[in-house]
Ligand binder design. Structure first.
Ligand code: GLN
Length: 507
């Protein structure tokens, strides 16, 4: 087995036992990136020199008899909206041109303390607004399962890098599905923790009441391990929780027999493709076979979740993004006066989707419209939370497909923003309610007219606040029945990547 094929816990064990050095693990990944990333385009920047120093530090600690941490020598990529001191942080936007992070995000600092080696910054939709990574100002990332398809988004670069074997694990951010949807599209595990579980300090804010940082990994144990390393209270984030961190990676084998799972019918009504449906229902049958009690349920207010999300998220974004005005960060254009300078800088620095969201959000918050839009959305958000609370009186977890379809073709995502926003229907309500949810691969679906070609599908497991333990144990059970097929097909996919063509540069 190649070093880039190992899981995080295997790497950490081997590095600690001095079977392999952190530097060797890193070099294997750097060569893999050099070989394969030209056809995937997942990294915006590869931090070779910094990573080599970090890896040699891990090796020096081990040589000196110090504990290197639970992620000793594990390569980790970061979505490019996470700050790492001394390196560029672009949010895939021209407006942050030339910006260098003056500090490191708490979640990232904790991974480094636990021995992780940060290998680079990954591509994303500009300021995390999008579902395909096509809205990056710099390049389009490819789905390693089919390079004509999108990896999903907005954390598409992180997902593609992990799926393609360029990084053992990666971090993303999830405001309305941006970890879970790309994980589903690329056949890996993506976890959005409970709001407050992981500090947001150092994550460039999109919508502060919805954003959470979470891990991508090729298996559930690795995702649990990364969460363990970075979760917990942080005085620098007032919304971070002081709930104790659980050793999740050691609690995965908890039996699922007797677990009560509800399937909200509102999450299955919106144009779910036949292929995704059949993968989902066969996963439900397998879970039932393991003793999980699966029942259909109803959360009526979920019908409004998309509308509420697309008022609240742009409203918060319009406020958060007002700091990019050409004075303190990145791009700065000259103008006749300060208004002119703002207009020039923001007009040139932000792409069309970001401008659309800022305008929508500013409108929703304006004095005349506030009650009709923002206030009303905030009230319905409360109803959504209550519906979840009610459901969790009867169920331990809720289940749905992660996405209505498998990964779509690059360029195929509709130009009509409304149609695009519809694709987020299964994930946004979880952020509105602040709940933990994971996407775990649950099978494959044939693509229409693809001559038998298949793409991975994800199952979403939603839990009670701070009950990542049950969510991860259920995900581990799902993984147990897809593991063999997934590993075989993923290994084949990773081998084929060496034959893939280089990405076409995109304007
Ligand atoms: N696709 C959603 C949006 O465009 C979610 C984005 C996210 O979670 N960052 O807003």
């Amino acid at each position: 087995m190649e070093l880039w094929e190992l899981s995080a816990w295997e790497i950490s064990e081997k590095v600690k036992a001095k079977e392999v050095s952190a530097q060797e693990v890193l070099e294997a990944h750097l060569s893999r990136i050099a070989e394969v990333d030209p056809s995937i385009c997942s990294f915006l920047s590869v931090l070779e020199a910094e990573a080599r120093i970090a890896a040699s530090r891990v090796d020096a600690k081990i040589a000196g008899g110090e504990d290197p941490g639970i992620l000793a020598g594990v390569p980790c990529a970061l979505k490019d909206n996470l700050n790492l001191r001394g390196t560029a942080c672009t949010c895939a936007s021209k407006i942050l041109d030339g910006y260098i992070s003056p500090y490191t995000a708490t979640a990232v600092a904790r991974l480094i303390e636990q021995g992780a080696v940060i290998t680079g910054k990954t591509n994303m939709d500009e300021f995390a607004m999008g579902s395909s990574t096509e809205r990056s100002a710099f390049m389009v990332t490819r789905n390693p399962w089919d390079t004509d398809r999108a990896p999903g988004g907005s954390s598409g670069g992180s997902a593609a890098a992990v799926a393609a074997g360029l990084s053992t694990v990666a971090l993303g951010s999830d405001t309305g599905g941006s970890i879970r949807q790309p994980a589903a599209f690329t056949g890996i595990v993506g976890l959005k923790p409970t709001y407050g579980r992981v500090s947001r300090y150092g994550l460039v804010a999109f919508a502060s009441s919805l954003d959470q940082i979470g891990p991508f990994a090729r298996d559930v144990r690795d995702a649990a391990l990364v969460l363990e390393a970075m979760a917990g209270f942080d005085p620098a984030d007032a919304t971070s929780s002081d709930r104790p961190v659980v050793p999740w990676s050691k609690r995965l084998e908890r039996p699922v027999k007797g677990l009560r799972a509800g399937v909200p019918k509102e999450l299955l009504g919106f144009g779910v493709s036949e292929g995704v449906k059949s993968a989902f229902y066969s996963a439900l049958e397998r879970l039932a076979g393991m003793g999980v009690i699966v029942e259909e349920t109803s959360l009526p207010s979920l019908a409004y979740a998309l509308d509420v999300y697309y008022v609240i998220a742009p409203a918060e974004a319009s406020s958060n993004l007002s700091r990019f005005d050409g004075v303190r960060y990145g791009l700065s254009k000259r103008g006749k006066g300060y208004l002119d300078m703002y207009r020039e800088t923001r007009g040139e620095g932000f792409g069309p989707e970001v401008r659309r969201r800022i305008m929508l959000g500013t409108f929703a918050l304006s004095a005349d419209q506030y009650e009709a839009y923002y206030l009303r959305a905030a009230k319905i958000r409360t109803l959504i939370r209550r519906d979840f609370e009610r459901a969790f009186q009867s169920y331990d977890v809720l289940l749905s497909p992660t996405t209505p379809t498998v990964a779509f073709k690059i360029g195929e995502e509709s130009e009509d923003p409304m149609t695009r926003y519809m694709a987020d229907v299964m994930t946004v309500s979880i952020n509105l309610a602040g709940l933990p949810a994971v996407s775990v691969p649950c099978g494959f679906a044939e693509i229409p007219d693809g001559a038998g070609k298949e793409m991975p599908c994800g199952l979403q497991i939603i839990g009670k606040p701070f009950d990542e333990e049950t969510v991860l144990a259920a995900a581990y059970a799902v993984e147990s029945f897809v593991k063999e097929e997934l590993e075989e097909k993923s290994a084949q996919m990773r081998r084929n990547l060496l034959l893939a063509e280089e990405c076409e540069p995109v304007d």
